[in-house]
Design a protein around this ligand. Structure first.
Ligand SMILES: Cc1ncc(C[n+]2csc(CCOP(=O)(O)OP(=O)(O)O)c2C)c(N)n1
Ligand SMILES: [Mg+2]
Length: 330
């Protein structure tokens, strides 16, 4: 009997189905958030759509009980895999008091949750890179067996923090994995106008670490490269830079209209590679995702999304006076 691709990576049928379920939950939550935004119920959405495979494939390759993640705003797949719930994410979208990320103080998608080792970030892009490098430095100094995993967009890989962070990690051989999610755009700027070279991963050479460019629509390819990066990191061999190439399927955010800077043919072409469909096809060909399982999964996810929406919509806002909490020493 020949082994299939996921078995060759040591993944069971249950694990790949769980990967798919996490990807689909991220997609369905994101789609619901757009509806809520257009209905005037939530102020802002910034999507994971098109990047779920890279996010979930990577998260599954990490130790989700030990490792720290410093995600960027599109990483709904990463934070769901690390234990944040649909309810938590909806509470953030509605900016309610119970939102574990910031109690509704930050914009949505500014993830942070201590109990799941999700490192809080801020709005200037790429500030999370030196933070993740700092966590990796702590792992090395305290001789602890964890790695830190940080993500950012390809446009953000031109920001100073990226270069300073990666250089420091390279010099000190720190256990940090950096994954650039290359979705071909930085708001309206196409990738050809962002990078002087072809590949973000080529920059790894300058910082003394291995660099890989991987198909970001293939969760198994991403799983493999992150798993190997983690092994090197734990063995004291230092950091890795990974570039996951996919495509941003939505506008940059709910506040722009991408028809003004890219044509529909290009988007339609990219949709043919959408991992939500291509990975489903992989699982269906192996009869891991049967019609029956797919129907059950759809029902289950719809229910999770509906319950999260209802709960968050009806949850109370923070008391106005609490805006000053944590601002001044008490
Ligand atoms: C330091 C800084 N400059 C500019 C911005 C405004 N901004 C927010 S997202 C973004 C584009 C980032 O593009 P990319 O890194 O490719 O990530 P993507 O949104 O495509 O995932 C910009 C310019 C910011 N948040 N921080
Ligand atoms: Mg981008």
């Amino acid at each position: 009997m020949s082994t299939n691709r996921h078995e060759a990576l040591g993944l069971s049928d249950e694990q790949v189905l769980d990967m798919y379920k996490t990807m689909l939950l991220a997609r369905k939550l994101d789609e619901r958030m757009w509806l809520l935004n257009r209905a005037g119920k939530i102020p802002f959405v910034i999507s994971c759509q098109g990047q779920e495979a890279a996010q979930v494939g990577a998260a599954f390759a990490l130790d989700r009980t030990q490792d720290y993640v410093a995600p960027y705003y599109r990483d709904m797949g990463v934070v769901l895999a690390f234990g944040m719930t649909a309810k938590d994410l909806m509470l953030s979208a509605f900016a309610k008091a119970e939102d574990p990320n910031s109690g509704g103080r930050q914009m949505p998608s500014h993830f942070g949750q201590k109990e799941n080792r999700i490192i809080t970030g801020s709005s200037p892009v790429t500030t999370q890179v030196p933070h993740a490098v700092g966590f990796a430095l702590a792992a090395k100094m305290e001789k602890k067996e964890f790695v830190s995993f940080v993500t950012l967009g390809e446009g953000s890989s031109n920001q100073g923090d990226f270069h300073e962070g990666l250089n420091f990690a390279g010099v000190h051989k720190l256990p940090v994995i950096t994954m650039v999610e290359n979705n071909k755009y930085a708001i309206s700027v196409p990738v050809e106008k962002q990078l002087g070279n072809q590949k973000v991963s080529d920059r790894a050479l300058g910082y003394g670490m291995p660099g890989f460019t991987v198909d970001g629509n293939d969760p198994l390819e991403i799983y493999k490269v992150v798993k190997e990066a983690r092994e090197r990191a734990i063995n004291g061999e230092g950091p890795t830079l990974i570039e996951a190439v996919s495509y941003r399927l939505t506008a940059h955010s709910s506040d722009d209209d991408d028809r003004s800077y890219r044509n529909r043919d290009e988007v339609d072409e990219a949709k043919k590679l959408d991992s939500i469909f291509t990975f489903a096809t992989y699982l269906k060909d192996l009869e891991i995702l049967t019609d029956k399982i797919e129907a059950e999964l759809t029902d289950e996810i719809n229910q999770i999304v509906n319950e999260a929406t209802d709960y968050a919509e009806n949850a109370p806002y923070a008391e106005p006076e609490s805006a000053l909490d944590f601002v001044y020493e008490e």
